[in-house]
Design a protein around this ligand. Structure first.
Ligand code: ATP
Ligand code: MG
Length: 392
C-alpha cells in the first residue's frame, strides 16, 4: 500500500534565494539513495516548500534507512494525510491515527498544530486545545505533558490537505552533497580517513578518493578493504571514483635514497603530489586527509607543515581537533569501524623507521628529497599512467 513520508530539513531552509537549488539537489540525492535499495515504485516530490517521499509500506524500513543517510535531511516522518477538513473531522482523524499507530496508549502527549493555511478558522493554539481534549476523552489512559511528552502529535493544516505524524527518524543533517564542490580524499584502510570523507561530505562536498598500495608488500585483500570502505561511505557521499595508485617503486626508491627517519614524511609528500594530480583531473577544489594533530609522528604540526608544503590546493583535515575515541564513535555510527579494524598491512607501515622524526624541518626534508632528482620522475609518471580506476 502507498505510504507517504515528510522530509524535514533545517539548514538548507535558510539559504534565501538559493533555497530551491538546495531543495532540488536534496530531492535528486534522495531519489538516488532510494534507487539503490527499493524494488517497488516510489516518487520524491516537492510541494509547497515541503519534500515528500511516496513509497510502498512494505519497504518502510529500507526507505527510512536510506533517507536517514542523505545529508541535508534533518528527519523523515511517516505520515497520514487527509483531505482538509473542519475541526470535528480532524479530531476523528487524530483519534483514528492514534488507534492505528499506538497499541498501548498509556503515554503522555502534546498536540503540535501548525497552519500553513492561515485562512483556517481556528488558530494553532485552538486546534491544540480542542484536539488534545478529544484525545483525552477518547483515551482516558493518556495524559498531557507539554514540556516532555512521550508522544508529540504533529498536525499540519495545509491548503488542500492535513498531515498527521508523530515519529521523526533523525537524519544526519548537513547539506546536500553536490552543493559545495568536489574534493579528493586520501583514503587508506584505517579508521580515520573514511570518517574524514564522511565529514566533508556532510558539508555538501562530493568526494573522489585515492588509495596508495604497494604490491606485493600489501595484499589484494588490503586493497579490497579500501574498496569496501569506499562503498560504506558512498551510502552517504554518493558515487566515488576511487583511484588505486601503485606506490611500490616510489616507496622503494625513497627507502633506498633518503634517510630512513624521514621516510614517512617524504612518502606523504609524494602521496600529496599524486593526489593533487588526480584532483586536478577531476576538478577537485581541495584534498582531504584523516590526520589529527599529534596522533602519530607524521601528524605533528611540524610534520603537517612539511607535507602541506607540496600542495597548492587547500588540504582539509576535518579530524584535526578530534581525539581517537571521538573518531571511533563516528566510525561505528556510520558502519565503517568493523571493516576499518580488519588487520591488513598498510603501505606506510611496511617501511616505517623505528624512530621517525617527530619534528621534521622543511629545509632538511627538501634537501633529502633532492637526492631523488633524476631518479623519481619516471616512477612518478608510471604511477600516474598505471592508475586503476574503480567506480564506487
Ligand atoms: P587512517 O586511519 O585514515 O589510515 P592513520 O591514523 O593510519 O589514518 P596515517 O597512516 O598517518 O594515519 O595517515 C594519515 C592520513 O594520510 C590518512 O588519514 C589518509 O588520509 C592518508 N593516507 C595514509 N596512508 C594512505 C594510503 N595508503 N593511501 C591513501 N591515503 C593514505
Ligand atoms: Mg593508516
Amino acid at each position: 500500500m502507498e505510504k507517504k513520508y515528510l522530509i524535514k530539513y533545517s539548514e538548507i531552509g535558510i539559504k534565501g534565494k538559493n533555497r530551491h537549488l538546495f531543495e532540488d539537489m536534496l530531492v535528486k540525492n534522495i531519489k538516488a539513495a532510494l534507487r539503490l535499495v527499493l524494488t517497488e515504485s516510489y516518487s520524491v516530490r516537492k510541494s509547497d516548500g515541503r519534500i515528500y517521499v511516496i513509497g510502498d509500506d512494505s519497504e518502510n524500513d529500507e526507505i527510512i534507512s536510506a533517507v536517514t543517510k542523505v545529508f541535508g535531511v534533518a528527519g523523515i516522518a511517516p505520515l497520514t494525510q487527509y483531505e482538509k477538513c473542519g475541526i470535528d473531522e480532524l479530531k476523528e482523524h487524530v483519534i483514528r491515527y492514534i488507534e492505528d499507530n499506538y497499541e498501548n496508549r498509556d503515554f503522555t502527549f502534546k498536540v503540535n498544530a501548525r497552519r500553513a493555511d492561515k485562512t483556517y478558522p481556528l488558530t494553532s493554539v485552538d486546534v491544540n486545545v480542542l484536539v488534545g481534549e478529544a484525545v483525552l476523552n477518547a483515551f482516558p489512559e493518556t495524559k498531557v505533558d507539554v514540556h516532555e511528552p512521550e508522544v508529540s502529535i504533529y498536525i499540519e493544516i495545509r491548503p488542500v490537505d492535513v498531515n498527521i505524524y508523530s515519529t521523526i527518524y533523525p537524519g544526519p543533517g548537513g547539506m546536500p552533497v553536490g552543493s559545495s564542490g568536489r574534493a579528493m580524499l586520501l583514503l587508506s584502510g584505517g579508521i580515520d580517513s573514511p570518517v574524514a570523507g564522511y565529514l566533508v561530505s556532510k558539508r555538501g562536498v562530493s568526494v573522489d578518493a585515492v588509495y596508495f598500495h604497494a604490491p606485493p608488500y600489501t595484499s589484494e585483500r588490503a586493497k579490497q578493504k579500501v574498496v569496501d570502505l569506499a562503498k560504506i561511505i558512498s551510502a552517504y557521499t554518493g558515487p566515488i571514483r576511487l583511484h588505486v595508485v601503485n606506490f611500490t617503486d616510489i616507496q622503494m626508491k625513497i627507502y633506498e635514497v633518503c634517510p630512513h627517519d624521514e621516510l614517512t614524511i617524504i612518502m606523504r609528500r609524494y602521496m600529496m603530489r599524486l593526489a593533487e594530480h588526480f584532483a586536478a583531473e577531476r576538478g577537485c577544489l581541495g584534498l582531504v586527509t584523516g590526520e589529527s594533530i599529534g596522533q602519530v609522528a607524521s601528524q605533528t604540526m611540524q610534520s603537517m607543515l612539511c607535507t602541506n608544503a607540496v600542495c597548492s590546493l587547500p588540504v582539509y583535515r576535518p579530524l584535526c581537533g578530534f581525539d581517537k575515541l571521538d573518531i571511533v564513535d563516528i566510525s561505528e555510527r556510520i558502519g565503517a569501524y568493523e571493516t576499518s579494524i580488519l588487520p591488513f598491512e598498510d603501505c606506510c607501515t611496511i617501511f616505517v623507521a623505528k624512530h621517525p622524526v617527530t619534528k621534521p624541518r622543511l629545509d632538511r626534508i627538501e634537501r633529502s628529497e633532492k637526492k631523488l632528482e633524476g631518479k623519481i620522475e619516471e616512477l612518478y609518471r608510471q604511477a600516474i599512467e598505471t592508475v586503476e580506476i574503480i567506480e564506487i
